[in-house]
Design a protein around this ligand. Structure first.
Ligand SMILES: Nc1ncnc2c1ncn2[C@@H]1O[C@H](COP(=O)(O)OP(=O)(O)O)[C@@H](O)[C@H]1O
Ligand SMILES: O=C(O)C[C@@H](O)[C@H](O)C(=O)COP(=O)(O)O
Length: 336
């Protein structure tokens, strides 16, 4: 049992709140950014990638966010529409803010990094007046990601969305998505991450992300079980701790633990692993699979995406995912 409840009478399966950005992924791999001359443009931003993945798997999806009033913003909106994602709550900034950009460097399959341009970005200008209670109440689940907590007014907008979710029994997934460069102080980061985690039913993050949340309280270095246990006295029913190529481990409030290995991949780049994992994981849980099976499907989706060039565009359809699961074997990895 995973303890998560999904009201079957809702119009939408999952709605994400947060950033809609652009990824510019290096075309020439195996070299540093200084020597990279061309990049391919994709929709990016962790919650955008997750919702695109969820839509590809057949979920009824929507997005709450703010786009820049520019060519990039219009490209993002048309991409969401193409994938059948409801964009009625995606508003447009009129103050001259810009679209966030993430340039990626692919030096080797193991050495990937991201150079982000995030000054005066539209996504962080989402405000409380742009959060519709009715819209949140129309969804089974709400997905939040930590980066939207980095600044006001987006921070308050997310907390209002969390409050509406609580009021209307909407299940909250929190993908930690910690990007250090969007934050200014370690204490501020940890405080807001912890406050949002207290209001979430399912928390998904890497070991390093949980360490960041625990540092302030002198708890960092805890084992995974202790990390998960902290959240079960709040709203959480399920905590997933990811360990990259060593797999992941999930804990449920009933005291069970669930381990997932990985599907060996011909890795092109490592980013996108977490987002693809989250989309297939959420889809599987909502489809009635067990936590272990949802983690297995998350790992399979991650394996597909890290072998492709993009994050968003690479997200598998349900047919592709099922086909991959039929023809590939999960291997045990080293997560505790
Ligand atoms: N090298 C790899 N080979 C196969 N699967 C991987 C690899 N790295 C990550 N994954 C899969 O992606 C999941 C998420 O990866 P991780 O790197 O922990 O997340 P994030 O991208 O959020 O940092 C892992 O739990 C695993 O299933
Ligand atoms: O989240 C961003 O703004 C950038 C993403 O689109 C990006 O490509 C990425 O880093 C994916 O994150 P991950 O799935 O956590 O590796």
């Amino acid at each position: 049992m995973n303890g998560l409840q999904f009201d079957p009478d809702r119009r939408l399966d999952v709605v994400a709140v947060g950033r809609l950005c652009i990824d510019l992924n290096a075309n020439e791999t195996g070299r540093p950014m200084e020597e990279t001359m061309t990049f391919t443009k994709y929709v990016g931003g962790s919650p955008a990638n997750i919702i695109i993945g969820a839509a590809r798997l057949g979920m009824r999806t929507g997005f709450i966010g703010k786009l820049a009033d520019d060519q990039m913003g219009r490209f993002i909106r048309s991409y969401l529409r193409k994938d059948g994602i409801d964009d009625s709550q995606v508003c447009v900034d009129r103050t001259g803010a810009v679209t966030g950009l993430a340039f990626t460097e692919i030096k080797s399959p193991q050495e990937c990094s991201i150079l982000m341009y995030r000054d005066h970005v539209a996504d962080l200008l989402l405000n409380t007046e742009e959060i519709s209670e009715e819209y949140i109440a129309s969804s089974k689940a709400l997905l939040i990601s930590g980066t939207a907590l980095a600044q006001s007014p987006s921070r308050e907008a997310v907390f209002l969305a969390l409050e509406f979710a609580r009021k209307h029994n909407v299940t909250v997934f929190f993908d930690l998505d910690y990007r250090p460069y969007t934050w200014t102080s370690a204490a501020e980061t940890a405080v807001y991450y912890n406050l949002a985690a207290e209001k979430s039913h399912c928390i998904i993050g890497t070991r390093e992300e949980f360490d960041m949340m625990e540092n302030l309280y002198n708890l960092a270095g805890a084992d995974d079980q202790a990390t998960a246990a902290r959240w079960f006295s709040h709203q959480a029913e399920l905590v997933v701790i990811k360990h990259g190529g060593s797999g992941s481990i999930g804990y449920t409030a009933d005291g069970q633990s669930h381990r997932s290995g990985i599907f060996p991949a011909k890795v092109l780049k490592t980013f996108g692993a977490g987002d693809s994992y989250a989309s297939a994981f959420i889809h599987s849980l909502m489809s009635g699979h067990s936590v272990s099976e949802a983690m297995r499907r998350g790992s399979a989706s991650a394996s597909i995406v890290i072998s492709r060039h993009s994050c968003s565009d690479a997200m598998p359809t349900l047919e592709e995912l099922e086909d991959f699961l039929r023809t590939n074997e999960e291997v045990t990895a080293g997560a505790q």
